[in-house]
Ligand binder design. Sequence first.
Ligand code: PGA
Length: 304
Amino acid sequence: MAATSTSLFSSHLHFLNSQPFSSTHSFFQSVHSTLSFPPSKPSRGVVAMAGSGKFFVGGNWKCNGTKDSLSKLVSDLNSATLEPDVDVVVAPPFVYIDQVKNSITDRIEISAQNSWVGKGGAFTGEISVEQLKDLGCKWVILGHSERRHIIGENDEFIGKKAAYALSEGLGVIACIGELLQEREAGKTFDVCFQQLKAFADAVSSWDNIVIAYEPVWVIGTGKVATPEQAQEVHAAVRDWLKKNFSVEVASKTRIIYGGSVNASNSAELAKKEDIDGFLVGGASLKGPEFATIINSVTSKKVAA
Ligand code: PGA
């Protein structure tokens, strides 16, 4: 036992020595998050699952597709065999939500990729939460890095959007993640915690929020964070929820990973204890590949 603890501790020391930290604050957060969750504790019939929420996989179709190509994608998804213990959501472009909702199996829920910050009205070009609900949407993706860094949405605006969507009964897929230069400057945790805090300051409950950690440097780039890099941030996010809210919130809030997830890397990522699912861009446009990613939940199950 003593030998195990010592070697565990020295591996943490090795980990700590190898990390650049932006400040004493993030250094201690890292020590805490590294040490606070024991590796691989069995939970609800699976291995490597720190949280208690159901595995969640979302397909973010972004600004892609036509009536015809999405009709083919929907038909591929309708005929795929999907593991039952996964929540599956797809986010079509606004203009195809109705078509997709009317043709896709009820097994798959619909998300929007954005929503207006308040009640609809004289807001040219915007789509309201009320309209999304009218079409049968259950979710909305907010804070995606493309909206933060290309469109220029800030933390406060994103927080307000989340609060409004939740107040109207939509679930929120709340995206956070650092830029490459922020990671290289050792600011990964600081950036993620600040983005989380902006959501936390605006909303009154985490009940209908799924957190998507998506490092910006791996989105659409073909680069993927290693399972260890992803796990490190997911554990820190769960620890942040525990410290700032409760053990219960930390356990039940799904923390999903996004950024160049595909059929070849999803199983290894899914094995990590704090990865509760995925938000998938490019690979969600191919039905069979997206189904493989959804079914990577099986790599979490206890071997017989
Ligand atoms: P990607 O996109 O899988 O194409 O990297 C992920 C996302 O932006 O949600």
